[in-house]
Write a protein that binds this ligand. Structure first.
Ligand code: FAD
Length: 401
């Protein structure tokens, strides 16, 4: 069977690596490089990324790790000892330690809320923010988590997603950092595809996807199956198939999430660990990490690489960046550490943080000739690349049925 894949992002390459074992696959990528928003580019001595923060949400045990193993890749993901720290009142605190900073009454309220959440007492369509708003710090803490993990405010995050994410955390644990950064996963996937005689064609901008007479076409190239790694909206635009209004989706519209990422270099260490520091007290940034604590080659010699993420709230990108820079200045000056801003990237429009924010994902199965993979079809509770992996798992199951 011949399978054509549009896009060599993480989703396209993951699907390609697994399918190339049994099928004849060809991947078309419009850029000269592969990996999409999940690879490294060398810049000023640092390994910066095209998108992700060198982190995998459920580390060495989650959906992505399972799939890359299944594909035959060898990648070293180091699990974080703690899910994350929350920086409150000048101290980094674990999630459990947060209970210590609220009064007795609020502690009881928080425990009741968690029990109710576990028992499914909340309306799935309510927002996470609504749930948290009456407990001091809880709203800001929730907001920093959803901002970092989903690029959504707590108010824009549906409870149904939070419940599923909580289940995934229970099952797989917290994040891990990738030795060598994002590109070490991408390079391994490419190796597998090439070993299995799959083809990757770069600098090829696909203009049309056509499904007709039981065949799929990528421009004029004929396949038995086409997999699109583009967003559902863009795939629909270039294809002859209804995706958003098809029976599987009933007009559900994918809503993208926007964000800004800032890479910082410093001689002194801001943090010593390999997990996230969430920043509930900052005006715009949601958190930061230090990938060079796991792999010093990700930073220039003698320097540390810190990556900061924040949601873009207003449409004034310049103003949003200024607010983030101000947050960064406050964090560093508190510790009296000199730093250098290396790079600022904003993600929106055709290159957002997520093509479909959590809760607005579509179904990856369009019909038996056309499938979608990637961050527009993540599936419930799928955080970032774990969601991309979930979409690939569903497509693999359907093709191999
Ligand atoms: P993409 O990476 O966008 O791949 C799509 C590919 O298709 C691209 O290579 C593109 O060039 C190609 N393409 C587009 N149009 C065409 C065309 N017409 N013809 C041919 N090719 C085409 N995830 C994490 O797990 N951990 C993190 O720490 C993390 N942090 C993030 C921080 C930021 C700032 C951002 C933006 C994202 C972050 N993510 C993170 C999310 C993660 O990067 C994405 O979920 C993932 O990379 C999406 O992969 P994809 O394959 O769905 O899409």
């Amino acid at each position: 069977m011949k399978i054509g894949i549009v896009g060599a992002g993480l989703g396209g390459l993951l699907a390609g690596a697994i399918l190339s074992k049994n099928y004849d696959i060809t991947i078309y990528e419009k850029l000269p490089i592969v990996g999409g928003r999940f690879t490294n580019l060398p810049y000023k001595g640092y390994q910066l990324t095209t998108g992700a923060l060198h982190m995998v949400p459920h580390g060495a045990d989650g959906y992505l790790a399972q799939l890359i193993k299944k594909a035959g890749c060898s990648v070293n993901i180091i699990n974080s000892a703690v899910e994350g720290y929350f920086k409150i009142k000048g101290k980094d605190r674990t999630y459990k330690e947060l209970f210590g900073i609220v009064g007795f009454k609020d502690k009881l309220k928080a425990l009741k809320l968690m029990a109710d959440l576990k028992m499914g007492k909340f309306d799935d369509n309510a927002s996470f923010g609504e749930l948290l708003k009456d407990i001091p710090y809880a709203y800001e803490v929730g907001n920093s988590f959803t901002g970092w993990a989903l690029s959504l405010t707590a108010d824009d995050t549906p409870i149904s997603e939070v419940k599923e994410i909580a289940k995934h955390y229970k099952k797989f644990g917290g994040p891990g950092m990738i030795v060598g950064g994002c590109s070490s996963i991408i390079n391994e996937l490419v190796k597998v595809i090439e070993k299995n005689n799959g083809k990757i064609i770069t600098n090829y901008n696909v203009k049309n996807i056509t499904i007709e007479n039981n065949k799929g076409y990528i421009d004029s190239n004929e396949f038995d199956i086409v997999i699109s790694n583009l967003s559902p909206t863009i795939t629909e635009k270039i294809s002859n198939v209804d995706i958003i209004n098809n029976g599987n989706n009933n007009g559900k519209k994918p809503i993208p999430s926007k964000g800004i990422k800032i890479a910082i270099g410093s001689k002194e260490k801001l943090i010593n660990h390999n997990t996230i520091v969430f920043t509930p007290e900052c005006e715009r940034i949601n958190g930061f990490n230090c990938p060079s604590n796991v792999d010093k080659n990700l930073a220039k010699e003698g320097r540390n690489l810190i990556m900061v993420h924040g949601i873009q709230i207003t449409n004034n990108v310049k103003k949003e960046i200024d607010i983030m820079l101000n947050d960064i200045e406050n964090i560093y000056s508190e510790k009296n550490i000199n730093y250098e801003i290396i790079h600022i990237q904003s993600y929106r429009d055709d290159m957002p943080v997520n093509h479909a924010s959590n809760g607005t994902d579509l179904n990856p199965i369009v019909n038996d000739r056309l499938y979608l993979v990637g961050d527009g079809v993540k599936g419930k509770g799928g955080i970032e690349v774990e969601g991309v992996a979930l979409s690939v798992m569903k497509v693999m199951d359907s093709i191999n049925d």
